[in-house]
Design a protein around this ligand. Structure first.
Ligand code: SAM
Length: 236
């Protein structure tokens, strides 16, 4: 269970709202039951259910079970797509272990608004499900030109370029192996990048254009594939 406050061994906390409803009425936890909690600061703790009310309960924090995990230094930068698909993408990004999720506004965007709270809720649920002890940072919706301008030195920018699906891009595995270390991947919207955007990305000194294979993948499939392959290449 994610708790949005610092946890301390020997401390206690009151759980209210949806989380209390989940623990009391869905999980039906009784006094003394064990609960795992994480705070995205120091890590995961073992807690025990204490006094229970109708709509709230106390949890006594016993001890740290796992320190906050070391998060692979990988950013997923993706143009927003339709809500259900973007939620799916955010969920998988969290499960796969990304450090930072950046929604990117591009010329062919069909979606130009992102609800950060909704994305965060999706990622919290994903983190709880896969027992992550850290949450990805969610960046505000960022224009492509601003993203390129602010891209940090020393971070590879893998550009998933669907135009390379004809096989002209070389092997993804070889490109990843030749560019290990901090990185991000840039995934376009359903309509792909415009010629001008493609040229601007390629002109960036950190850009490494990559093909994700001979088929044109949906944006969310492309994002998940690139992230999983980067994690595998970097041993994360
Ligand atoms: N422009 C295409 C179209 O609308 O027919 C497809 C865009 S694709 C659905 C969305 C994004 O996924 C692309 O901008 C690219 O970043 C990524 N992508 C999909 N297939 C890819 C491939 N085979 N290689 C590299 N990137 C790919």
């Amino acid at each position: 269970l994610f708790v949005d406050q610092p946890l301390n061994e020997g401390g206690s906390l009151r759980i209210e709202g949806n989380q209390a409803h989940y623990l009391l009425n869905v999980m039906r936890l009784t006094e003394g039951a064990a609960v795992k909690l994480f705070d995205d600061i120091s890590g995961e703790y073992l807690g025990r259910v204490g006094a229970r009310g109708k709509r709230d309960l106390m949890i006594e924090i016993e001890g740290l079970t796992r320190p906050r995990e070391a998060v692979p230094d990988f950013w997923l930068c993706a143009a927003p797509i339709k809500k259900a698909r973007f939620d799916f993408l955010a969920e998988k990004a969290c499960e796969l272990g990304v450090a930072r999720f950046v929604p990117v506004l591009t010329d062919r965007a069909v979606v130009d608004k992102v609800k950060d709270d909704r994305l965060r809720g999706t990622m919290i649920e994903a983190a709880e499900q896969c027992e992550r002890t850290a949450l990805p940072e969610i960046a505000p919706l960022t224009r492509l030109d601003a993203l390129l301008k602010a891209w940090p030195e020393g971070r590879h920018l893998f550009f998933a370029d669907e135009r390379l699906h004809d096989g002209s891009g070389g092997s993804l595995a070889a490109k990843l192996a030749a560019h290990l270390g901090p990185a991000g991947v840039l995934i376009g919207p359903e309509g792909g990048f415009t010629d001008a955007e493609n040229a601007a990305i390629r002109a960036h000194p950190a850009a490494v254009p990559v093909s994700l294979g001979p088929r044109i993948l949906r944006a969310e499939t492309a994002a998940i594939t690139a992230t999983a392959v980067w994690m595998a290449a970097n041993g994360d």
